[in-house]
Ligand binder design. Sequence first.
Ligand code: ADP
Ligand code: ASP
Ligand code: MG
Length: 422
Amino acid sequence: MALIVQKYGGTSVGSIDRIQNVARRVAKWRKAGNDVIVVVSAMSGETNRLIELAHSISAHPDPRELDVVASTGEQVTIGLLSMALMELGTRARSYTGGQIRLLTDSTHTKARILKIDEQRIRADLKGGSIVVVAGFQGVDEHGNITTLGRGGSDTSGVALAAALKADECQIFTDVDGVYTTDPRIVPEARRLHKITFEEMLEMAGLGSKVLQIRAVEFAGKYQVRLRVLSSLTEPDIAIDDEAHSGTLITFEEDAQMEDALVSGIAFNRDEAKVSVMGVPDKPGIAFSILDPIAKANIEVDVIVQNIGSEGTTDFSFTVHRNDLARTMDILDKVRKEIGAREVTGDDKICKLGLVGVGMRSHVGVASKMFQALAGEGINIQMVSTSEIKITVVIDEKYMELAVRTLHKAFGLDEEVQAAASD
Ligand code: ADP
Ligand code: ASP
Ligand code: MG
């Protein structure tokens, strides 16, 4: 008998029919003798609707109150799913984050999980119940409701799996696994049978929505066995088949079975580029620019400094688009202090990255990438590299063309010998 955590996303619980299908799938795993904890998201579109409601009252909703509103979608789905499970003759009990004392810090709208009280869950499992937990939400030490950032139910699922030392955490979603790139953008994208933990971390970090990055970080830290699989198949399919379907996130690097330079491509349009131009080129300038940004709690990603002429330099970096206005305000002050010429902001950019542990042992991946982009007349504005990732910033209007071009250039749409799935 195994302990399994199953997480179902918004589309998977997007209608009453789908919730009933989830109940059938969950009941099947329970009836096969497993202990099952289910984490659910709100019905698809519901969290957006709740956040819009808040914004229709206030341009800048109070973060504590925003969490009170945004977290309610999940309370509906845990109750509905538990009822559907009972209709199938299985025992089930639903819990909000607060009820199981899923303790977080107090950073409203992007709180971090600190601790989970597993006693209540263990007692219910022992009593033969399926435990249904609301994703995306927790409480801080003062009992305030917090949420974990968009897509945070993935992290709830993995954190529960870590806390209860589950045998596997299964992320059920509307695609049947992790693909070489978002299959909505590139129909030729292929499902990966396995992806290494490191690669998944980079893909999620670049914005691949299939797993929230914090979920992958948790899985890495606590060695949680993690699988992404489809909730849209026939719910009664054989457990053995289902157990080996989808994509396994693995810790073994030799699992990179396809001998590929690049395993996947991820991208996002959530970032903006800011540039401080004509900066006097002397030590301490990068610190003077970035320190006030860090103090304002704004995350900075790709950073580029160009050697300019006449003793000046241009300094550019990317921030989340939501932080662009604040960043520009801060830099306006900094510009005067350091005597820079001008500050510009551009939110029409896209960040795109190639990821693959295969890059470690190969040279020439970057030049092949640049050649493919040049072939389509796509200008590269910024570049950054790590051991298993090359990231570029380009004009957002070329995003789809760039992803398709690179997908083809690196042979990702070619059929490969299907490796045995685990
Ligand atoms: P859920 O509501 O189940 O959490 P999400 O919408 O958050 O689902 O994540 C699933 C979506 O992630 C897919 O529908 C797909 O469009 C997108 N996606 C982006 N990159 C990838 C990828 N590399 N592989 C699979 N799906 C991806
Ligand atoms: N319902 C939340 C969201 O839409 C959390 C999640 O779905 O993972 O972001
Ligand atoms: Mg999601």
